[in-house]
Write a protein that binds this ligand. Structure first.
Ligand code: IPE
Ligand code: IPE
Ligand code: MG
Length: 245
């Protein structure tokens, strides 16, 4: 199929955030607006993820973290949870070779214990297959919660017998699922919600937040471009004061 011609979106002269994190929200409302079942929204959401991964590669984003399924999302109706799991498994099966060819290195943030062993296997194989790729690190937050992540880190720190005197912010960060990666620069939440919903609560302490009105299935390449442009208009102070002129 011929590729649809894409509008040129030039980022020359802009700082491209190294690490972009996205709370992919609004699939259900996208579907409801069209009189479709929520699952149709989740399917479109998965398609959109493909577009956004391509756009990140195009724009030069080095790390993309996506919130795919929270520890709280298990409380949704069983049918919806099963539908989501089917989509995750299908995306892994169908996309992983293309993603790998594109240079995507897959990481998982969250806990796989208690998840269907076949699914665990797929995730582990995908991580192994893509481990040497370095165009884009794709962190998938699945069965992820920021509080659960912090508790998990604390338990490991206690297990390791780390002395309180040795515990620094850097050491603590090295016990999180994002160990070794820089903190997100930009956190985008689609669908107009202004909440963190337990996402990267440690790592995003100084991230710039960008709420986008579009529902996730409609948040495309151009929307990501606008978010990066808006990021360039922010002044990141990290608690300091601006230079006196
Ligand atoms: C995001 O869309 C997908 C997941 C949380 C898995 P939602 O399913 O939350 O969609 P809304 O917020 O109900 O519209
Ligand atoms: C956050 O979205 C979780 C994911 C995007 C995976 P939710 O739709 O679950 O969050 P709330 O319920 O609006 O806070
Ligand atoms: Mg939601």
């Amino acid at each position: 199929m011929a590729a649809r011609s894409q509008q040129t979106l030039d980022l020359t002269g802009y700082v491209v955030p190294t690490h972009v994190a996205i709370i992919m929200d609004g699939n259900g409302r996208w579907a409801r607006q069209r009189g479709l079942p929520r699952q149709a929204g989740h399917r479109q959401g998965a398609e959109n993820l493909r577009r956004i991964i391509n756009a990140c590669v195009e724009f030069g984003v080095k790390i993309l973290t996506i919130y795919a399924f929270s520890t709280e999302n298990w409380g949704r109706p069983e049918k919806e949870v099963r539908g989501l799991m089917r989509i995750f498994a299908r995306v892994l099966d169908q996309e992983i070779n293309d993603l790998s060819a594109q240079g995507v290195c897959l990481h998982h943030l969250g806990d796989l214990t208690g998840i269907d062993p076949k699914f665990q296997d797929k995730v582990r194989r995908a991580i192994e297959l893509t481990k040497d790729n370095n165009t884009l690190i794709l962190n998938v937050a699945f069965n992820y919660g920021g509080r659960a992540e912090i508790l998990h880190a604390i338990k490991q720190i206690l297990d390791d017998g780390v002395s309180p005197d040795d515990l620094t912010e850097d050491l603590f960060s090295s016990y999180l699922f994002t160990a070794g990666l820089p903190d997100p620069d930009l956190v985008i939440r689609t669908s107009g919600e202004l909440r963190i919903s337990n996402f990267l609560i440690w790592q995003a302490a100084y991230a710039e937040y960008y709420p986008a009105a579009a529902f996730w299935p409609d948040f495309g390449r151009e929307e990501l471009y606008k978010a990066i442009v808006a990021y360039n208009q922010r002044e990141r102070r990290f608690g300091l004061v601006p230079e006196e002129t």
